[in-house]
Each structure stands twice: as structure tokens, then as C-alpha cells.
Design a protein around this ligand. Structure first.
Ligand code: HT7
Ligand code: ZN
Length: 852
């Protein structure tokens, strides 16, 4: 296999001073002329440019003259010009190539989405546009001309000349090729203006298809808030005269931070109360912020190589999480982020795809845009901030921007600014970047009433299980935030940050009088799995009294898990959980969004991951049954309270996506979800008919499908929104996700046969296949039908879009944790994929890691 290794890094032997590009756009024969001003870094070497199949070389010259053809070599992936053909001085290399955007179904490079020409170059898409040193440490200013009959022609930087059929753009900020973008289409803009704090006026545009303007206003407001926030909190100003955002329907991921021209999956731009849910609005705001924040963390300072991906992604996720916490509720955001981390990253860490936040080897870099690089990468920054304090963090970041602006940096550079700014040695901390796996932390307590007025000793051990290629892991530094709650419910020890650096370590608290209850890992101070002997009574006590919202929620989560375990083993539902959850739901002083989070039982996947972390073999059917059982018991025990909450949380007046209104709706929907278990779906039916927004409409539809009463509502939604792709994606996914597990594959099969299952569209494919993967017991059907259905579609998708096939193959990443019957069936589905002739590098790497 063609693996890349971090240890093999070598600077590019040429310096690129300027890139000039000319595009003559045509759907099936676009011509690209590229002029690169190059000079040898030291002695002249062979010049290797990336560029592969699909890029037809029409001409090549050096300083205006064609080299001897014997000096030019092509293989499938690159073009090499022998050193003998190159001057030992600055020179201009000009290539003219032809490409076919209409044939590009992989949506990497230049392609067409709904008649709009657009590009996606991260990570290595630029090489599908022209021959180029397509690596992030080769940075240059770009000047771009576009010839096309499309009315709107966009590229990075500032406009130089725009007229009919022609546009010229200049981006003065040196950038790597992965940040290049071009868009040409019949588009309209929602426009506004922003004045930076130093007085620079910036024109802002959100470009959408004609007719979609009325759904682009929220995106614009999100952008403006992001620009202001980055100035206020990080002191970062925008640096061009224009900022353009474009929405396209065919897009492999969420969005892309191209310099001055961010491109978005339309689902992350377009929103109206009629078509988008509260969760959609929150995500749109967060992703727009994320892409905008990349302007400094990613663009002005980029990555030296793709092994350093977490340098920009971990930091930018951390920044977007801070932003959302400031815009909405910080405690709720923290709980949501931990929830996502556990659902996606802990799951990844537990299986064959586990890898370090900074990997050291890859075959296909697109396979490393993972929860580990992004979400765990963000957790590492949160830990660093906890360890050096807020002031230390602020001075380290200032130093980072000062020292590395305009550079392509590494994790070593990143840690060095923290060391230099704060004086703290981060040698041990670096293990968080290099070592894969989730540490298991155990905590036991010793209480000595007679010693020093009541002494509590907390004893910790840490251990990280082996992950592929890494058997032994030395201890890491782990910040453990601890508080103590006295027997009367008052906090007797506010949060204290314990720093664990050894495999075993103890910490003492003196003068406590009476024995307190320990609130541990407050705020989820480190991404670890904490094991502690604690009974349900003390968990309920923490749920009632803890001052730390995360720890409070966690106590409720632990209680729910303990009730589920007991039910799964034929035991009782755990009266402590049912009582405690009722008290919390009724607590009018608590934020409705927090109460909603507490009312939502752990998901089936989450339960399976928790069981596997304890060494048990999860049984998907038993998990499903236990969860349904517990939900029904909660509903029965609190029927009146839930019904009152459902009515009381109705939000009067016109829909607004603001955090307070969304919080009330989330509590209302959580109550509805439970009541749906005992009211036959009657409330959901009324709500579906009366809801004036998509949040409640989708919640009601979900409930109706779960009660086997979804048909009329599904038809109604289709009648009303059949021509809205984003709503129809929801229509596809909810049917598979909410189907009874035994029907899920049949439902998916029937939906996949529809004419409007436009499988080449990544959103539609994800809606269906992702919907099935999210139906835990359905995907893991004991007869292997979920595995076979998914494998068939991955094989089909691989021929069109390898990135999507490889990403969606992660549905299988947990297969080794199940019983032998399921394991055998999953393995044979994976082996069938692996044996496919012409399998892409993307999918091959994923499957071979999974079956290794
Ligand atoms: N930096 C981007 C990551 C990305 C991507 C986006 C769209 C399509 C393909 C892509 N490959 C990699 C998105 C981000 O993290 O902001
Ligand atoms: Zn990003």
C-alpha cells in the first residue's frame, strides 16, 4: 500500500512565489492555464507536481519554451520535470490542461452541482484541477481569471475586474492549494456589510440559487456574529474587502473554509421555520462560525502537512464550541459536546479505526477527518486551557498568532508557544497527541473521620487499553476537576483541579467534618472514562445537589445506565432514577434545555459503547427492549407531570430559533417522546397537524412512526415539501431511523428503490444509509441483513464517490464488539467489499483497517 509517514516529511525543494490561474469554463472541457513562479530552495532537483488521471496535459513550457519531452515524465499521480530541464534561478512554469467537470461524481476538484461550477480542494482536490505542488506547506498568493457565460463568477480574495463573461480575482494572502476555490453559476446574493474594529469595510454575501434568498438571512446573521466574536474574544480581524459564502446541494462534507470564499453544503446555510429544525439552526450558526474562524486558525496559519490536521481542526472546533457556548447556554453546550464526543469518538477509539489525534501514517488523508482529529483534538485544547489557566491560554494564543502568521505550522510549534508563554513543560501532555485510545480512570475513596478533622483521600489509577499498533501507553497528565458536596447538599469544596501525572496517585482533602459526596471530573475536565464505586442513592444526591451542571447531568446519566443494566438483566427499573428524573423535570428553576437533556435516555448505541467499555458484549435487541421498557416506566410514573410540561412548554407567537425558545421546545419534545409510549401517539398526531415549525413537525412525525401511525403524516409532508431537497432528506432518514428494528432494512430497501432516491447526492445517500446505521438494533439485525444492505450500497457508491463510501463504511467500525453470529456476518460483508475489483484507495484503507 502507498502509505505516507509523518517521519518522512521533507520541505518542498522549490519556493512558489506566485500562482496565476486562468479558467475557460465548459461543463465537459474546461481549460486551465496555470503559471507558477518557482525558484529552487537549494540545489536544483527534479520538479514533481501532483496531478492525476482526468487531467489532460495540453502544453507545458518553462520561461516560454517547451522542454525536451525526454525530461518530462508522467505517472498516474504526478508529473516530473527533470532537474536538467530547469534553470538554477527563478523561472515560470506554465501548463495548459483540460478537465471534465461534468464527469466528476466524486465532488473533489472542479465539479458541477445543480448547474453551478464549484470546487472542493481540501485535502488533495487541487491536483484534479491542474498540475501543482498540492501540499499545505507550499503557499503562494493567487491571481485567478475566469471566463464563462455564468452570471456570477467567484474566486478567493478581492475582485479586480468583473464584467460580462469574465472575472479577475486577486488573493494577496499566501495560501496552499487546498484553500483555492472557484464558483460560477446562476446565483443571487443576500448581502450585508461589516466594519472591522480597525475600520475596514467588508462586503458580505451569501450566494444561493434564485428563490432561496428568503432562507439565507439566518446564515448572514450568523456570519456577522462570528466576525464580531472573533474580534472580541481572540482579537482576530478579517483581512479582505469581501467575504463570500456559497450554498451548493452536492457536497461531501459540511462546509469548506476556502480563503474569502467559504462553500457550504446547502443544508448548512438554508433555513426557514417551515423547513429547518432548532438543531439545524444551531448547527448552521456553529458551522458558519467554524468556517469563518478558520480564516485565522487554518488559513493565516495553516498545517505543515496533513498529519498536523488537528492543529487547525481541533483548535477551530474548540473555538466554535466557545462561540456557541457564548451565544447560547454554556452548560448545555458542554453537555451536548461531551455527548457527541462519547457517541462518535469514544466509539471510534474502542474499535479497529482508533488512531492518535495526530496520526503518524495514512494511505488516504480523507479517511482522517475523524471525530478523533476534530472532537478529541478540541478536547485537548480545552485541557491545555485548564492546565495553564485562562490568562496563560490567552497569552499562548497571542504568541501563536504573532509567531506563526503566514506559516504552515506543526503540533510541536503549537506546544512550544504554550511552553514559551507560560513556562510550563508540556512533554508529558504531548502524549495526548501521539497516543491513541481513551484512558480509563478509576477512583476510590478513603474516609478517616478522626484524622485532621475529617480527611478524604481520593485514589486514582489510569490505564489506556491497547489500540492498533500501540500496545503500551505510558501515563498521561490528566486534569481532574473535583468538588465536594456536604451531607446537607451544600458544596464544601469548590472545584479544585487535581493534576494526575502518574499511573496511580492519591489526593487528600482535610478538615471536612462529615463525609462529603465527591463530584468528580466536573465539566468533563478530561476525555476519559471514569469508573468509581458509587450507589444510586449518591448518584441521585448529586443529580439533586451538584453545582456543576455537567456533573449533575452525568449523575442522571449514570443513574439511567444503572437502571438500564438492571432491566437488561431482568431486574428492577431503579426507583432512584425514576424519582430523581421526576424531581428534576419538575424543577422550574432549572433551564428547560438542561431538563430536556436529563429526560432523554441514553441512546442504544451509547449503551452499547458503555457496555463494551466494561468488557461486556452488547446485545442490540436486549438494549432496545430495555430502553423502551425504561422509557415507558418513566412515562407511566410521571404521566401527569409530563403532560403538564408538554402543555406549559408550548412557545406562543411566531417561531424564533433563539436559544430560549429552542430550549422550551426541546423540553416539550422530550416530554412528548415519553408520553408517546403511553398515549398511542395521540398527542403527536395533533401536534403534526398544528405545528407551525419543522422542529415540532419532525418530532411529531418521529413519534407517529414509532407508534406505527406515520403513513398519513409522511404523505402530508411529501405533498407539501416534495420539491424541497433538504426536507425530503429528513423524510428519508426519519423513516429508517424510527422504524421498528425488525423492519428497518425492509423500509430502507423500499426507499432505496424510489426514483427520488438520488443516491449520488451525498445528503440523500447519508439520509438513508446513515438513518439505517443510526437504528442500532436495525443495522445490527442478527440475520446480517443490515450489514449486507449497507455493503451493497457502499460498493455501488465507491464507483462514483469514494470519499462518501469510505466515510459511511464507519457504520461497521464497532463490529468486533458484538456476538459471534453478528461478527461473522459483518466480517463477511466487509470481506465482500475488500474483494471488490477496482476498489478505491479510500474504501480499501478503511476496510482493511477494520478487518486487520
Ligand atoms: N476543512 C474542511 C474539511 C474537509 C472538507 C470539506 C468539504 C468537503 C470535503 C472536505 N474534506 C475535508 C471542513 C472543515 O473542517 O471546516
Ligand atoms: Zn474545520
Amino acid at each position: 500500500a502507498n502509505a505516507q509517514y509523518l517521519a518522512d516529511y521533507r520541505p518542498y525543494p522549490f519556493i512558489l512565489d506566485q500562482t496565476v490561474l486562468d479558467f475557460a469554463l465548459s461543463p465537459d472541457a474546461t481549460e486551465v492555464t496555470a503559471t507558477l513562479s518557482l525558484r529552487p530552495r537549494e540545489a536544483v532537483e527534479d520538479l514533481v507536481l501532483d496531478g492525476g488521471r482526468g487531467v489532460e496535459l495540453l502544453s507545458l513550457d518553462i520561461d516560454g519554451r517547451a522542454p525536451d519531452p525526454a525530461h518530462v515524465r508522467r505517472d498516474g499521480e504526478s508529473l516530473t520535470i527533470a532537474a536538467a530541464a530547469l534553470p538554477d534561478a527563478p523561472f515560470a512554469l506554465t501548463t495548459r490542461v483540460r478537465i471534465d467537470p461534468s464527469a466528476n461524481t466524486a465532488f473533489e476538484g472542479l465539479y458541477i452541482s445543480g448547474g453551478i461550477f464549484c470546487t472542493q480542494c481540501e485535502a488533495e482536490g487541487f491536483r484534479h484541477i491542474t498540475f501543482y505542488p498540492d501540499r499545505p506547506d507550499v503557499m503562494a498568493p493567487f491571481r485567478v481569471t475566469i471566463r464563462s457565460d455564468k452570471p456570477v463568477l467567484l474566486s478567493n480574495g478581492n475582485p479586480v475586474a468583473i464584467r460580462d463573461g469574465f472575472a479577475e480575482w486577486n488573493d494577496p494572502w499566501p495560501k496552499p492549494a487546498y484553500l483555492f476555490a472557484l464558483v460560477a453559476g446562476d446565483l443571487v446574493a443576500v448581502s450585508d456589510r461589516f466594519t472591522t474594529r480597525s475600520g475596514r469595510r467588508v462586503d458580505l454575501n451569501v450566494w444561493v440559487r434564485p428563490g432561496d434568498q428568503d432562507r439565507a438571512g439566518f446564515a448572514m446573521q450568523s456570519l456577522i456574529k462570528s466576525m464580531r466574536w472573533d474580534e472580541d474574544v481572540y482579537g482576530r480581524e478579517y483581512d479582505l474587502d469581501v467575504f463570500n459564502m456559497v450554498a451548493v446541494d452536492d457536497f461531501n462534507m459540511g462546509a469548506m473554509e476556502n480563503k474569502g470564499l467559504n462553500i457550504f453544503n446547502s443544508k448548512l446555510v438554508l433555513a426557514s421555520p417551515e423547513t429547518a429544525t432548532d438543531a439545524d439552526y444551531e448547527r448552521i450558526e456553529a458551522v458558519i462560525a467554524h468556517e469563518y474562524f478558520h480564516n485565522w486558525t487554518g488559513n493565516r496559519i495553516t498545517c505543515r502537512d496533513w498529519f498536523q490536521l488537528c492543529l487547525k481542526e481541533g483548535l477551530t472546533v474548540f473555538r466554535d464550541q466557545q462561540f456557541t457556548a457564548d451565544m447560547r447556554s454554556a452548560p448545555v453546550k458542554r453537555i451536548e459536546d461531551v455527548h457527541t464526543l462519547r457517541a462518535r469518538q469514544f466509539r471510534e477509539d474502542q474499535g479497529p479505526l482508533a488512531h492518535p489525534v495526530r496520526p503518524e501514517r495514512y494511505e488516504e488523508i480523507n479517511n482522517f477527518y475523524t471525530a478523533t482529529v476534530y472532537e478529541k483534538g478540541a478536547e485537548l485544547i480545552g485541557m491545555l486551557k485548564r492546565l495553564v489557566g485562562d490568562d496563560g491560554y490567552a497569552s499562548a494564543l497571542d504568541l501563536y498568532f504573532d509567531r506563526h502568521d503566514g506559516e504552515a505550522a506543526t503540533i510541536e510549534d503549537w506546544l512550544a508557544v504554550f511552553q514559551d508563554a507560560t513556562g510550563r513543560d508540556l512533554t508529558q501532555f504531548k502524549r495526548w497527541y501521539t497516543d491513541a485510545g481513551t484512558p480509563h480512570l478509576t477512583m476510590t475513596e478513603d474516609w478517616d473521620a478522626g484524622d485532621r478533622g475529617g480527611r478524604l483521600t481520593l485514589n486514582f489509577t489510569q490505564h489506556t487499553p491497547p489500540t492498533p499498533g500501540q500496545d503500551d501507553k505510558p501515563p498521561r497528565v490528566i486534569p481532574i476537576a473535583v468538588g465536594l458536596i456536604g451531607p446537607n447538599g451544600d458544596e464544601v469544596q469548590p472545584t479544585r483541579m487535581l493534576e494526575m501525572t502518574e499511573a496511580r496517585q492519591s489526593f487528600t482533602f482535610d478538615g471536612l467534618g462529615a463525609r462529603p459526596v465527591v463530584s468528580a471530573l466536573r465539566g468533563f475536565s478530561a476525555p476519559v472514562i471514569l469508573d468509581r464505586p458509587i450507589d444510586d442513592r449518591n448518584r441521585a444526591f448529586l443529580l439533586a445537589h451538584d453545582t456543576d451542571p455537567f456533573a449533575r447531568w452525568e449523575a442522571g446519566r449514570d443513574l439511567a445506565m444503572s437502571a438500564l443494566m438492571s432491566l437488561a438483566q431482568g431486574g428492577d427499573a431503579g426507583a432512584d432514577f425514576i424519582d430523581a428524573i421526576g424531581r428534576l423535570a419538575a424543577d422550574r428553576d432549572a433551564d428547560p434545555a438542561f431538563r430536556a437533556l436529563c429526560l432523554m435516555l441514553p441512546g442504544e448505541e451509547e449503551i452499547a459503547t458503555a457496555l463494551a467499555a466494561r468488557g461486556a458484549t452488547p446485545d442490540p435487541d436486549a438494549i432496545h427492549a430495555a430502553r423502551e421498557d425504561l422509557a415507558r416506566r418513566v412515562a407511566e410514573a410521571h404521566a401527569d407531570l409530563l403532560a403538564r410540561l408538554y402543555d406549559a412548554m408550548e412557545v406562543p407567537g411566531p417561531y424564533s430559533p433563539d436559544a430560549d425558545a429552542a430550549a422550551r421546545r426541546s423540553l416539550r419534545i422530550a416530554a412528548l417522546g415519553l408520553l408517546n409510549r403511553i398515549d398511542r401517539g395521540d398527542r403527536a398526531e395533533v401536534l403534526f397537524g398544528t405545528a407551525g415549525n419543522m422542529t415540532e413537525r419532525m418530532a411529531a412525525l418521529n413519534c407517529l412512526i414509532r407508534r406505527g401511525r406515520g403513513q398519513a403524516a409522511l404523505q402530508a409532508l411529501h405533498d407539501r415539501f416534495g420539491d424541497n431537497r433538504l426536507v425530503m432528506d429528513k423524510w428519508f432518514s426519519v423513516q429508517v431511523m424510527a422504524a421498528p428494528p425488525q423492519d428497518a432494512v425492509a423500509v430502507a430497501t423500499q426507499l432505496a428503490a424510489r426514483r427520488d432516491f438520488d443516491w449520488k447526492n451525498p445528503n440523500r445517500f447519508r439520509a438513508l444509509l446513515g438513518g439505517l446505521a443510526a437504528n442500532h438494533a436495525g443495522f445490527h439485525a442478527a440475520d446480517g441483513s443490515g450489514y449486507d444492505f449497507t455493503a451493497d450500497w457502499l460498493m455501488k457508491m465507491d464507483g462514483a464517490n469514494p470519499q462518501i463510501a469510505a466515510r459511511m463504511s464507519t457504520a461497521f467500525e464497532t463490529w468486533p464488539r458484538y456476538d459471534k453470529g453478528r461478527r461473522d456476518r459483518a466480517l463477511s460483508a466487509l470481506q465482500r467489499i475488500a474483494a471488490m475489483p477496482d476498489i478505491s484507495r479510500n474504501l480499501r484503507e478503511m476496510v482493511s483497517r477494520m478487518i486487520a
